[in-house]
Ligand binder design. Structure first.
Ligand SMILES: NC(=O)c1ccc[n+]([C@@H]2O[C@H](COP(=O)([O-])OP(=O)(O)OC[C@H]3O[C@@H](n4cnc5c(N)ncnc54)[C@H](O)[C@@H]3O)[C@@H](O)[C@H]2O)c1
Ligand SMILES: O=C(O)C(=O)C[C@@H](O)[C@H](O)[C@H](O)COP(=O)(O)O
Ligand SMILES: [Zn+2]
Length: 369
């Protein structure tokens, strides 16, 4: 972590080190009115701000005012809000907007919103004219600690979560902590799920810190949020810097996601938030770690308590155990039909394991609502 004091006073920056694809995550207050003018990119004729019908009325005008100082033409697009719209139709709307305006291949896309907008804008940037630059301006806790960082872009398919996408890195991430002021409480909790994830997989002392500071985070204490965002980004940066395209290590960022993605897909996207599904999925994955003999039973108790205290569900929807297995076989980590789970091997260290259907059934039975 360093501080870009020479350019932007009191803005923290976490570097994603990926050779020629390296970039900074800027973290601080008031960034929408400062850092948006400093994209780090050469001037281009056109910028497109992709947002949604909830976030645009709150923040788009401020971002647009900044970009108009740099771009001749600043286009905007407000997508429908929700996980159910992370699909081909929304992606097409981005392409239609760009093509209708004859946007050239120097055009810069700005994703203003949460992970849904960020994942789709990144995918659109990856494929428009075979690739144009994009900047992430995450406005949810979840997107500031996770989705805006690392270059996974995607849309969902009815048969599987994030099934169509690309690895494509942004030019910069601008995380304005002030935007969290308007975030609904349920969304704050959803973001905390991905924050909690980083403790057991990579940093036991961060897990201790989270337990001690959860009340402050839920009360939106600015210092606590700033630390949680920065530490989360540092951990994700270290993982992505070693394994950009998930050949191995990066899969640890999927802790809780094998069960979680099954919940999201099984319910149809949107009933449970991604963070809620991941929170509950971490309870099940913690139990699996215990049943595999890797962790003591007290670890499951500890994780369940923290996840519940963060305002997240700890009982999984009853889709039926065979439906869960069917959904999880579709997971991107599966190999030759064998489901592979991220498990905790020691506090702060994760690994991959397969498990028998019988054992997975036991885990599911223990946690179905
Ligand atoms: N690419 C990755 O590495 C990665 C990582 C984690 C999650 N994801 C994806 O991210 C998505 C979830 O992201 P999310 O939790 O940000 O959900 P989201 O994008 O749906 O945003 C949550 C809700 O908050 C609203 N919102 C956003 N910012 C706001 C603000 N400042 N004030 C008020 N309302 C605001 C949105 O309109 C939406 O209704 C999922 O699709 C998930 O798969 C991707
Ligand atoms: O960045 C990663 O790598 C992650 O796995 C982060 C996850 O929180 C995120 O939900 C990601 O989109 C899941 O990826 P997927 O490859 O399982 O779809
Ligand atoms: Zn996730």
């Amino acid at each position: 972590m360093n501080t870009l004091s020479h350019t932007l006073p009191s803005v923290d920056a976490v570097r994603i080190a990926l050779a020629e694809r390296s970039y900074d995550i800027l973290i601080g207050g008031g960034l929408l009115d400062r850092a948006c003018s400093w994209t780090g990119l050469p001037r281009a004729a056109t910028a497109l701000i992709v947002s949604n019908t909830t976030v645009a009325p709150l923040y788009l005008a401020r971002v647009k005012a900044q970009l108009q100082l740099h771009y001749k033409q600043v286009l905007q697009l407000e997508l429908d809000d929700g996980e159910a719209y992370k699909d081909w139709a929304s992606l097409n709307r981005i392409a239609d907007t760009l093509l209708a305006a004859a946007a050239d291949r120097k055009t810069v896309l700005f994703a203003l919103g949460g992970g849904v907008v960020g994942d789709m804008t990144g995918f659109a940037a990856a494929i428009y004219m075979r690739g144009v630059p994009f900047v992430q301006i995450p406005t949810t806790l979840l997107s500031q600690v996770d989705s805006s960082v690392g270059g996974k872009t995607a849309i969902n398919h009815p048969l599987g979560k994030n099934m169509l996408g690309a690895f494509y890195q942004p030019e910069r991430v601008i995380a304005d902590l002030d935007t969290l002021d308007t975030l609904p409480a349920r969304e704050l909790s959803a973001g905390l799920a991905e924050v909690i994830k980083y403790g057991p997989i990579a940093d036991a002392s961060f897990l201790d810190w989270l337990e001690a500071n959860l009340p402050a985070l839920l009360a939106r204490d600015k210092q606590a949020l700033a630390y949680a965002v920065r530490r989360s980004c540092e951990i994700k940066a270290a993982v992505v810097g070693q394994d950009e395209r998930e050949q191995g290590l990066r899969a640890i960022l999927n802790f809780g996601h094998t069960f979680g993605h099954a919940i999201e897909t099984g319910l149809g996207y949107g009933e449970w938030l991604h963070g809620e599904a991941v929170g509950c999925g971490m309870v099940l994955a913690s139990d699996l770690s215990v049943r595999l003999g890797l962790m003591p039973g007290s670890f499951l108790t500890r994780m369940t308590r923290l996840i519940q205290a963060a305002g997240l569900p700890v009982k999984a929807p009853d889709l039926g155990t065979s439906r869960y297995l069917e959904l999880m076989r579709m997971d991107k980590k599966s190999e030759a039909g064998e489901i592979r789970f991220v498990v905790i091997e020691a506090l702060g260290r994760a690994g991959m394991r397969s498990a028998s259907d019988e054992l997975v059934n036991e885990v599911l039975q223990a946690h179905l609502a």
